[in-house]
Design a protein around this ligand. Structure first.
Ligand SMILES: C[S@@+](CC[C@H](N)C(=O)[O-])C[C@H]1O[C@@H](n2cnc3c(N)ncnc32)[C@H](O)[C@@H]1O
Length: 225
Protein backbone atom coordinates (compact mmCIF):
# COMPACT_ATOMS: atom_id res chain seq x y z
CA UNK A 1 0.00 0.00 0.00
CA UNK A 2 1.42 3.42 -0.86
CA UNK A 3 1.89 5.99 1.86
CA UNK A 4 -0.80 8.62 1.46
CA UNK A 5 0.08 10.21 4.75
CA UNK A 6 3.28 10.40 6.74
CA UNK A 7 4.18 6.99 8.24
CA UNK A 8 4.47 8.41 11.77
CA UNK A 9 1.08 10.08 11.51
CA UNK A 10 -0.38 6.79 10.27
CA UNK A 11 1.15 4.93 13.23
CA UNK A 12 -0.27 7.53 15.59
CA UNK A 13 -3.72 7.10 14.01
CA UNK A 14 -3.46 3.31 14.30
CA UNK A 15 -2.45 3.60 17.96
CA UNK A 16 -5.59 5.64 18.55
CA UNK A 17 -7.95 3.28 16.78
CA UNK A 18 -9.76 0.49 18.67
CA UNK A 19 -8.08 -2.90 18.65
CA UNK A 20 -9.44 -5.41 16.17
CA UNK A 21 -11.24 -8.37 17.64
CA UNK A 22 -9.14 -11.56 18.07
CA UNK A 23 -10.89 -13.36 15.18
CA UNK A 24 -10.05 -10.61 12.71
CA UNK A 25 -6.49 -10.50 14.07
CA UNK A 26 -6.15 -14.28 13.55
CA UNK A 27 -7.57 -13.96 10.02
CA UNK A 28 -5.14 -11.15 9.26
CA UNK A 29 -2.22 -13.29 10.47
CA UNK A 30 -3.27 -16.46 8.67
CA UNK A 31 -3.84 -14.55 5.43
CA UNK A 32 -0.40 -12.99 5.66
CA UNK A 33 1.22 -16.34 6.37
CA UNK A 34 -0.62 -18.57 3.92
CA UNK A 35 -2.41 -16.66 1.17
CA UNK A 36 -0.96 -15.07 -1.94
CA UNK A 37 -1.06 -11.26 -2.25
CA UNK A 38 -1.97 -10.42 1.38
CA UNK A 39 -1.74 -6.70 0.61
CA UNK A 40 -5.27 -7.04 -0.80
CA UNK A 41 -6.58 -7.56 2.72
CA UNK A 42 -8.39 -4.81 4.59
CA UNK A 43 -6.47 -3.69 7.67
CA UNK A 44 -7.45 -2.77 11.23
CA UNK A 45 -8.32 0.85 10.42
CA UNK A 46 -10.33 0.03 7.32
CA UNK A 47 -12.07 -2.83 9.12
CA UNK A 48 -12.99 -0.54 12.02
CA UNK A 49 -14.25 2.09 9.57
CA UNK A 50 -16.47 -0.47 7.81
CA UNK A 51 -17.76 -1.82 11.12
CA UNK A 52 -18.70 1.63 12.43
CA UNK A 53 -20.36 2.65 9.19
CA UNK A 54 -22.34 -0.57 9.08
CA UNK A 55 -23.47 -0.07 12.68
CA UNK A 56 -24.61 3.46 11.80
CA UNK A 57 -26.51 2.38 8.68
CA UNK A 58 -27.98 -0.83 10.18
CA UNK A 59 -28.32 -2.32 6.68
CA UNK A 60 -30.64 -5.24 6.02
CA UNK A 61 -28.86 -6.19 2.82
CA UNK A 62 -25.16 -5.70 2.14
CA UNK A 63 -23.28 -6.71 -0.99
CA UNK A 64 -19.53 -7.08 -1.22
CA UNK A 65 -17.72 -7.64 -4.52
CA UNK A 66 -14.36 -9.30 -3.91
CA UNK A 67 -14.31 -11.28 -0.65
CA UNK A 68 -10.65 -12.33 -0.66
CA UNK A 69 -10.31 -13.99 2.78
CA UNK A 70 -13.32 -12.31 4.37
CA UNK A 71 -11.83 -9.58 6.59
CA UNK A 72 -14.14 -6.87 5.24
CA UNK A 73 -17.06 -9.32 5.10
CA UNK A 74 -16.84 -9.95 8.83
CA UNK A 75 -16.34 -6.24 9.52
CA UNK A 76 -19.31 -5.18 7.39
CA UNK A 77 -21.55 -7.81 9.01
CA UNK A 78 -21.23 -5.95 12.35
CA UNK A 79 -24.21 -3.69 11.71
CA UNK A 80 -26.58 -6.30 10.30
CA UNK A 81 -29.80 -6.73 12.29
CA UNK A 82 -30.96 -10.28 13.17
CA UNK A 83 -32.65 -10.75 9.80
CA UNK A 84 -29.88 -9.00 7.85
CA UNK A 85 -27.70 -10.72 5.24
CA UNK A 86 -24.41 -9.94 3.54
CA UNK A 87 -23.85 -11.40 0.09
CA UNK A 88 -20.21 -11.58 -0.86
CA UNK A 89 -18.85 -12.61 -4.26
CA UNK A 90 -15.41 -14.10 -4.87
CA UNK A 91 -14.09 -15.61 -8.08
CA UNK A 92 -11.12 -17.44 -6.54
CA UNK A 93 -12.54 -20.77 -5.35
CA UNK A 94 -9.31 -21.62 -3.55
CA UNK A 95 -10.21 -19.05 -0.90
CA UNK A 96 -13.47 -20.79 0.02
CA UNK A 97 -11.99 -22.82 2.88
CA UNK A 98 -10.41 -19.88 4.74
CA UNK A 99 -13.47 -17.65 4.18
CA UNK A 100 -15.82 -20.28 5.66
CA UNK A 101 -13.42 -21.01 8.52
CA UNK A 102 -13.42 -17.42 9.77
CA UNK A 103 -17.11 -16.76 9.10
CA UNK A 104 -17.80 -19.78 11.28
CA UNK A 105 -15.39 -18.59 13.99
CA UNK A 106 -17.18 -15.22 13.96
CA UNK A 107 -20.50 -17.07 14.40
CA UNK A 108 -22.16 -15.33 11.46
CA UNK A 109 -22.74 -18.28 9.05
CA UNK A 110 -26.49 -17.55 9.08
CA UNK A 111 -25.88 -13.97 7.92
CA UNK A 112 -23.36 -14.57 5.12
CA UNK A 113 -24.06 -15.85 1.62
CA UNK A 114 -20.76 -16.53 -0.13
CA UNK A 115 -21.17 -16.75 -3.90
CA UNK A 116 -18.25 -18.18 -5.83
CA UNK A 117 -17.89 -16.97 -9.39
CA UNK A 118 -17.51 -13.89 -11.54
CA UNK A 119 -19.31 -10.89 -10.03
CA UNK A 120 -20.40 -9.62 -13.44
CA UNK A 121 -22.19 -12.92 -14.15
CA UNK A 122 -23.67 -13.32 -10.69
CA UNK A 123 -25.00 -9.79 -10.13
CA UNK A 124 -27.97 -10.10 -12.53
CA UNK A 125 -29.10 -13.24 -10.65
CA UNK A 126 -29.48 -11.34 -7.35
CA UNK A 127 -32.84 -9.73 -6.82
CA UNK A 128 -32.33 -7.69 -3.68
CA UNK A 129 -32.43 -4.04 -2.65
CA UNK A 130 -29.04 -3.11 -1.26
CA UNK A 131 -28.56 -0.74 1.67
CA UNK A 132 -24.79 -0.93 1.56
CA UNK A 133 -22.39 -2.08 -1.16
CA UNK A 134 -18.62 -2.52 -1.00
CA UNK A 135 -16.99 -2.65 -4.45
CA UNK A 136 -13.53 -4.17 -4.08
CA UNK A 137 -13.09 -6.56 -7.04
CA UNK A 138 -11.50 -6.05 -10.48
CA UNK A 139 -11.00 -2.33 -11.17
CA UNK A 140 -11.71 -2.68 -14.87
CA UNK A 141 -15.38 -3.34 -14.08
CA UNK A 142 -15.99 -0.65 -11.46
CA UNK A 143 -18.25 1.36 -13.81
CA UNK A 144 -20.13 -1.78 -14.85
CA UNK A 145 -20.70 -2.74 -11.22
CA UNK A 146 -21.83 0.79 -10.38
CA UNK A 147 -24.30 0.92 -13.28
CA UNK A 148 -25.69 -2.51 -12.47
CA UNK A 149 -26.06 -1.76 -8.78
CA UNK A 150 -27.26 1.83 -8.53
CA UNK A 151 -30.86 0.97 -9.62
CA UNK A 152 -31.10 -1.67 -6.88
CA UNK A 153 -29.62 0.55 -4.17
CA UNK A 154 -32.14 1.81 -1.62
CA UNK A 155 -32.79 5.57 -1.32
CA UNK A 156 -29.96 6.98 0.80
CA UNK A 157 -28.14 3.64 0.40
CA UNK A 158 -24.36 3.72 0.35
CA UNK A 159 -21.82 2.39 -2.11
CA UNK A 160 -18.19 2.31 -1.03
CA UNK A 161 -15.62 1.77 -3.77
CA UNK A 162 -12.13 0.89 -2.62
CA UNK A 163 -8.74 1.76 -4.18
CA UNK A 164 -9.94 4.87 -6.00
CA UNK A 165 -6.52 6.51 -5.59
CA UNK A 166 -4.86 3.38 -7.00
CA UNK A 167 -1.55 3.88 -5.22
CA UNK A 168 -1.51 7.55 -6.27
CA UNK A 169 -1.44 6.67 -9.98
CA UNK A 170 -4.64 8.68 -10.56
CA UNK A 171 -2.65 11.90 -10.49
CA UNK A 172 0.42 10.72 -12.40
CA UNK A 173 1.16 10.17 -16.05
CA UNK A 174 -0.64 7.07 -17.27
CA UNK A 175 1.19 4.42 -19.23
CA UNK A 176 -0.62 3.34 -22.41
CA UNK A 177 -1.17 -0.20 -21.22
CA UNK A 178 -2.29 0.68 -17.73
CA UNK A 179 -5.93 -0.32 -18.10
CA UNK A 180 -6.62 -0.43 -14.36
CA UNK A 181 -5.60 3.19 -13.75
CA UNK A 182 -7.69 4.30 -16.73
CA UNK A 183 -10.68 2.34 -15.41
CA UNK A 184 -10.35 3.94 -11.97
CA UNK A 185 -10.05 7.42 -13.51
CA UNK A 186 -13.16 6.81 -15.65
CA UNK A 187 -15.05 5.53 -12.63
CA UNK A 188 -14.12 8.52 -10.47
CA UNK A 189 -15.14 10.97 -13.22
CA UNK A 190 -18.37 9.12 -13.91
CA UNK A 191 -19.44 9.22 -10.26
CA UNK A 192 -18.43 12.86 -9.90
CA UNK A 193 -20.72 13.77 -12.84
CA UNK A 194 -23.66 11.60 -11.76
CA UNK A 195 -26.50 13.81 -10.49
CA UNK A 196 -28.29 10.81 -8.92
CA UNK A 197 -25.78 10.62 -6.11
CA UNK A 198 -23.80 12.54 -3.52
CA UNK A 199 -20.21 11.43 -3.36
CA UNK A 200 -17.10 12.04 -1.37
CA UNK A 201 -13.63 10.72 -2.03
CA UNK A 202 -11.98 9.87 1.24
CA UNK A 203 -8.18 10.10 1.30
CA UNK A 204 -8.06 7.02 3.47
CA UNK A 205 -5.66 4.14 2.82
CA UNK A 206 -5.80 3.61 -0.99
CA UNK A 207 -8.77 5.97 -1.30
CA UNK A 208 -12.43 5.15 -0.75
CA UNK A 209 -15.21 6.73 -2.81
CA UNK A 210 -18.30 7.04 -0.64
CA UNK A 211 -21.46 7.37 -2.72
CA UNK A 212 -24.97 7.98 -1.45
CA UNK A 213 -28.00 7.52 -3.70
CA UNK A 214 -30.36 10.48 -3.50
CA UNK A 215 -34.13 10.12 -3.46
CA UNK A 216 -35.73 10.84 -6.88
CA UNK A 217 -37.40 14.01 -5.54
CA UNK A 218 -34.03 15.34 -4.36
CA UNK A 219 -32.50 14.66 -7.78
CA UNK A 220 -35.33 16.61 -9.48
CA UNK A 221 -35.01 19.45 -6.96
CA UNK A 222 -31.25 19.71 -7.58
CA UNK A 223 -31.80 19.70 -11.35
CA UNK A 224 -34.33 22.56 -11.22
CA UNK A 225 -32.41 24.89 -8.89
C1 LIG B 1 -8.77 -6.48 -2.90
S1 LIG B 1 -9.34 -8.10 -2.79
C2 LIG B 1 -10.75 -7.97 -1.75
C3 LIG B 1 -10.39 -7.67 -0.30
C4 LIG B 1 -11.54 -7.76 0.66
N1 LIG B 1 -12.72 -7.04 0.19
C5 LIG B 1 -11.11 -7.14 1.97
O1 LIG B 1 -11.26 -5.92 2.13
O2 LIG B 1 -10.58 -7.87 2.82
C6 LIG B 1 -10.08 -8.36 -4.36
C7 LIG B 1 -10.72 -9.72 -4.54
O3 LIG B 1 -11.61 -9.65 -5.66
C8 LIG B 1 -11.59 -10.87 -6.33
N2 LIG B 1 -12.08 -10.63 -7.70
C9 LIG B 1 -11.43 -9.98 -8.70
N3 LIG B 1 -12.21 -9.92 -9.79
C10 LIG B 1 -13.38 -10.54 -9.49
C11 LIG B 1 -14.57 -10.80 -10.20
N4 LIG B 1 -14.73 -10.42 -11.47
N5 LIG B 1 -15.57 -11.46 -9.57
C12 LIG B 1 -15.43 -11.84 -8.28
N6 LIG B 1 -14.30 -11.63 -7.55
C13 LIG B 1 -13.29 -10.99 -8.14
C14 LIG B 1 -10.14 -11.32 -6.26
O4 LIG B 1 -10.01 -12.72 -6.45
C15 LIG B 1 -9.75 -10.86 -4.84
O5 LIG B 1 -9.90 -11.91 -3.91
Amino acid sequence: MFDLIDKNIQSYCDEHTSEENPILYALYRETNLKVLRPRMLSCKSQGTFLQMLSRLIQPKRILELGTYTGYATISLAEGLPDDGIIYTIEKNVELEHIIHKYIQKAGIEHKVKLLLGNALDLLPTLHETWDMVFIDADKINYINYYNLLLPSLSDNGIILADNVLWSGKVIGEIKDKDKDTKAILDFNTFVQNDSRVKNMMLPFRDGIMMIQKMKVCEVIETATT
